[in-house]
Design a protein around this ligand. Structure first.
Ligand SMILES: *[C@@H]1O[C@H](CO)[C@@H](O)[C@H](O)[C@H]1NC(C)=O
Ligand SMILES: *[C@@H]1O[C@H](CO)[C@@H](O)[C@H](O)[C@H]1NC(C)=O
Length: 412
């Protein structure tokens, strides 16, 4: 086979090679409910026989503990899929790679995004059962061919109870979005709508998204604002180009290039947005000053610093009446977080600013991101990761609906 030179055709042809037979051509996107584990605050989707897999925006692979269904179909180390499987290795993973001969099976090195541990795992063919969708309801069941790493059980600690592995959602050849795109012939794009409590929704492939009450909302993808999705260093993380932080529309004074150094990444495996110290300090000060409610201040509740007596803060349909915090994007838009995304009730009397200071990182440390946008802040937002256009779409879900309002009842 001639290997095309450019990355995307190589990716697509490699995956199509893996698929010995195409499923009946089906251009409908694929729907998955997204749950939030109450113990770990990790988000999971049911792939592979309904077993929960933790979603990881930084994950380049789909991996599960071995099940009988994927034992027979191992993949050779000379298969192009093996190259994709090994395109990214977690920095913490130091297992020596095996030499590849014509008889060697492919070894991948999946890692646990919580513990950072990795393990050698064989790469296998498998199928994912899900429903297609028109963006309104589930339509019909599909079996999506995919390649997964078959990991040992020792990789599971600190994942939610019952989780069988991790579904990587990064921009990588064997992450779930690219695999669904190749297998179902849909766009390499996905929508994520994370719900704080209850079930949110993910849709793989280009799709509209309707949440109940449909008549009031319409297609929510029509409300998206956009920014670039960027890549940095040799990692599959999603970076967005942020050049400032604003509190109630006023720019927070930050050290020059504080945000450019390290960048701003999106990460579902941390709950609360973490800011490097040189960014955290000015943002927290600006928020406290803009809120100007020293009368409501109460002692800090770890890991948070700014906490208030909740009964003394005003309430609105958008959460507590507190200053907005916005990421000012290089391309002109801002991604704004209102009270429902910036404040967390830590107990019946206390609400805290839901931002945390990065630990173990010095100000300006170029090895660390400046801001890691966490799951709590992404919740109740519709996010569209378009890996073909390298674009992130984002919109707050209107207050009169929620990510849990997708109609999961099949159309008759
Ligand atoms: C597909 O949708 C139906 C109806 O909502 C549901 O009962 C079924 O569990 C779904 N199947 C999968 C694999 O998600
Ligand atoms: C959900 O979808 C089903 C199937 O189309 C429909 O019968 C039902 O009325 C919808 N539910 C709501 C609350 O609109």
């Amino acid at each position: 086979m001639e290997i095309p030179r450019r990355r995307k055709p190589l990716l697509l042809s490699a995956i199509s090679l893996l698929l010995l037979a195409w499923p009946a051509s089906c251009a409908d996107p694929v729907l998955l409910p997204v749950s939030k584990d109450t113990v770990t605050s990790l988000y999971t989707i049911p792939v592979r026989d309904g077993a929960n897999h933790v979603i990881d925006l930084a994950g380049p692979l789909l991996w599960s503990t071995c099940a009988a269904d994927h034992l027979p179909a191992k993949i050779s180390c000379q298969d192009p899929a093996c190259k994709f499987a090994n395109a990214y290795r977690a920095p913490s993973c130091s297992i020596a790679a095996q030499p590849c001969t014509s008889k060697t099976q492919c070894t991948a090195y999946p890692y646990n995004p919580v513990t950072g541990r990795c393990a050698a795992a064989s790469l296998v063919h498998t199928r994912l059962v899900a429903n297609t969708t028109d963006g309104r309801n589930p339509l019909s069941q599909v079996s999506v061919r995919a390649v997964a790493a078959c990991a040992p059980k020792k990789l599971l600690p600190r994942l939610p109870a019952g989780a069988a592995g991790v579904a990587g959602l990064a921009d990588a050849g064997l992450a779930l979005p690219a695999q669904v795109a190749a297998s179902q012939r849909v766009a390499n794009r996905f929508l994520l709508c994370l719900q704080r409590r209850g079930e949110g929704v993910a849709v793989f492939g280009g799709a509209p998204l309707f949440l109940l009450p449909e008549s009031a909302v319409g297609d929510l993808t029509a409300t998206l604002a956009f920014t670039a999705l960027r890549r940095r260093r040799d990692n599959p993380l999603y970076y967005i180009p942020v050049n400032g932080v604003a509190v109630n529309q006023a720019r927070v004074p930050l050290p020059a290039s504080a945000l450019a150094t390290g960048g701003v990444v999106l990460c579902t495996r941390v709950l609360y947005t973490a800011l490097r110290q040189d960014v955290y300090r000015p943002v927290v000060q600006a928020f406290d000053r803009a809120l100007a409610r020293n009368d409501a201040n109460v002692p800090a509740v770890a890991p948070f610093e700014l906490c208030y007596r909740s009964s003394m803060l005003g309430n609105t349909r958008l959460g507590y009446a507190v200053p907005d915090i916005a990421l000012v994007l290089e391309d002109g838009n801002s991604w704004t977080f209102v009270g429902s995304s910036t404040m967390v009730d830590v107990n019946g009397q206390t609400a805290c600013l839901a931002l945390v200071e990065m630990k173990g990182v010095k100000a300006g440390d170029p090895a660390a991101a400046a801001v890691v946008v966490g799951g709590f802040q992404m919740e109740n937002h519709l996010l569209q990761f378009d890996l073909e256009k390298q674009q992130l779409g984002f919109a707050k879900v209107p207050f009169f609906t929620a990510c849990s309002n997708f109609n999961f009842t099949k159309t008759q």
